[in-house]
Write a protein that binds this ligand. Structure first.
Ligand SMILES: Nc1ncnc2c1ncn2[C@@H]1O[C@H](COP(=O)(O)OP(=O)(O)O)[C@@H](O)[C@H]1O
Ligand SMILES: [Mg+2]
Length: 363
């Protein structure tokens, strides 16, 4: 660690040249020209810098760090490398079309062709997983037909009936649900035009950035291809949508319908998630494909969409949401929580690629 006597350390140019051999595989560009290397300091043989990724949920984070360290170490004269991993989530550059949500960099919608497929479970665990990665995250329960996020985060329905709706922090996520305002059952009366104005208010009239701008706002949409997803797409700029299916309910026809609808509305589809995809025995760890898993990945492939992941049917998922603590929070190391973490990374990576392509196109 000692400085060589009078020996010159490596030059900044040499370090940057070495780092520029490292490419971000998602953005397909070297990390130096992507502006990811900041605060480079060289003192003697000691090299330190900040490596700023486009998302804290980067699936290649460790790999990129390792490669950057290796590249720097290969430069003659380098004695030590100190990399500080960091992230800055970008927002839309020159947005056109629907109004961006103030204080939110990227809106990620979670949709499904049918109810009961685990859309809310996925939306909640996705939001908590992104927060665990270090992102600033919000969760909007926009399922006017049956808001079940309150129960899933352990908050009573109607909890804000007197005070008015405002985000509540749970498990590191700013949560809003129409259920905070309404007693159970009351939500069922929402219809067409009301849903449109309700969604507009939730998105544009709440203070999402009270604790700083959100990197991601995850929105739990009502099931199907009803008014709500339509209103949502017209009312706010959406980065993209993840479609949740189960092996039983997924038919190519259903998935195609949802994809076509979002396509018509100019909302990008990030891909398909298969929930309750297979059964993982809690005793022996053996996997059983009870519902003939794999339908969603086949559908995704036929539609030219990404397959974002498959979530096992796991009793822990159900009990933990019933108890108001999502599995990603309760047992982050469990196999199913790890699946949610990977799905969150996949989606965050897609958002990053999207923002990058947009910036390139606007250049
Ligand atoms: N992977 C899973 N394993 C076990 N139970 C699940 C899983 N995903 C969802 N569930 C359960 O299925 C039920 C429906 O899930 P929910 O998220 O409310 O669906 P939706 O929002 O699509 O109506 C809930 O009881 C939930 O706990
Ligand atoms: Mg739901």
């Amino acid at each position: 660690m000692k400085k060589g006597k009078g020996k010159q350390g490596p030059s900044e140019k040499a370090i940057l040249a070495a780092l520029s051999t490292v490419e971000d595989p998602e953005l397909r560009r070297d990390i130096v020209s992507l502006g990811m290397i900041r605060d480079l300091k060289i003192s003697g043989g000691k090299v330190a810098f900040r490596f700023v990724l486009t998302t804290p949920a980067c699936p290649l984070r460790d790999e990129l760090q390792r490669r950057a360290e290796e590249a720097v170490r290969s430069v003659p004269g380098v004695e030590s490398v100190d990399v500080k991993m960091d992230a800055e989530v970008r927002t839309h550059s020159r947005p056109s079309g629907p109004r961006p949500v103030q204080g939110v960099r990227n809106v990620i919608a979670v949709a499904s062709n049918k109810g009961g497929v685990g859309k809310s479970t996925v939306a909640l665990n996705l939001a908590v997983a992104l927060a665990k990665h270090g992102a600033r995250v919000g969760l909007l329960d926009a399922d006017f037909t049956g808001p079940n996020i309150p129960t899933m985060v352990g908050i009573e329905h109607g909890y804000q009936a007197e005070t008015g709706l405002a985000p509540v922090t749970r498990y590191g996520v700013s949560v809003v649900s129409i259920g905070f305002l309404l007693k159970p059952g009351a939500a069922l009366i929402w219809r067409g035009p009301l849903i449109g104005s309700g969604i507009r208010q939730l998105l544009h009239e709440l203070d999402w950035a009270a604790d700083g701008e959100l990197d991601y706002l995850v929105v739990d949409l009502p099931p199907g291809t009803s008014d709500a997803p339509l209103s949502m797409a017209q009312e706010a700029l959406i980065a993209g949508v993840a479609i949740v299916t189960t092996p039983q309910s997924v038919s190519l026809e259903d998935a195609t319908k949802a994809v076509m609808m979002f396509g018509k509305l100019n909302v990008p589809v990030f891909g398909i998630i298969e929930n309750m995809s297979y059964f993982l025995c809690p005793h022996c760890g053996q996997r059983t494909d009870i519902f003939g898993h794999g339908g969603a990945s086949a559908a995704a492939e036929k539609l030219g969409l990404a397959f974002l992941g498959e979530i096992p049917l796991d009793a822990q998922v159900q009990t933990s949401t019933d108890q108001g603590v999502p599995i990603v929070e309760r047992d982050p190391d469990s196999p199913v929580a790890q699946v949610f973490m990977r799905i969150a990374e996949n989606i965050a990576a897609r958002v990053s690629v999207q923002r990058f392509s947009e910036e390139e196109a606007n250049k």
